[in-house]
Design a protein around this ligand. Sequence first.
Ligand code: ADP
Length: 267
Amino acid sequence: MEHYRVKPGEVVDLSRWDPNDKGAFQGGKDEAEDAFRSLNKRLEELQELLYAENKNKLLVVLQAMDSGGKDGTIRRVFEHVNPQGVKVVSFKVPSAEELAHDYLWRVHQHVPARGEIVIFNRSHYEDVLVVRVDQLAPPAVWQKRYDHINAFERMLADEGTTILKFYLHIDLEEQKERFQARLDEPHKRWKFSLGDLEKRKQWPDYIRAYEDALGKTSTDWAPWYVVPANRKWYRDLVIATLLVETLEGLHMSYPQPEEDLDGIVIE
Ligand code: ADP
């Protein structure tokens, strides 16, 4: 998994990572099925523990190009967790009220509380991605944001939040196929808008914006992972593995009951 981590200060060149990568599972999806199932099960146990212990907080940031698979990742990787302790927050075009505040205002109110996992479907990173590419703010404004973001995430980490950030890495060819599938399959059409084609034309600009963002904001306290995502099953496997490894690293335990309960029998 170390291979997918962006080193702090690294000058990122996304072509270093192969979007078709399938790691140790050269045999493909079927070969990985058992591994994924047991990771999913383990994730379910660890989330239950996180909730019961009510001490740690986990923030998962998902970013990707359009059709990169954020929705599918959330559906598959978290399919067995208890909804009581997990929240998904999707960041869309900011409202007038949100725009009237600083860009972290709408984000901060959704960070996880103790015992919670929060998944950001898009995030404050849009403020150095779409904002940069579409020139919604001048460079003098967005260039300062990398430092703000690092300081913000540092504060969250110091206050007990574990942060994992995933960039789902697909290529232009894969996006073409996914867009075409959305057009061809009636029940997928709702996911497609003509604006997606405009964004597709901006692909190189987005790559450049992502490379800068990943390099400048991958830190020891909030690392970025570039997740090969052309193959959905491998993407899910990488993310589930990193979630399980990270949660196991928290060395959590169930809280002790206040009294000695041994021998009590309910009549
Ligand atoms: P998604 O593509 O995530 O499934 P939508 O199709 O509703 O969801 O797209 C959300 C849109 O909101 C994206 O085009 C994204 O770039 C935009 N967006 C999110 N955050 C911001 C922001 N801070 N400023 C401008 N646009 C934003």
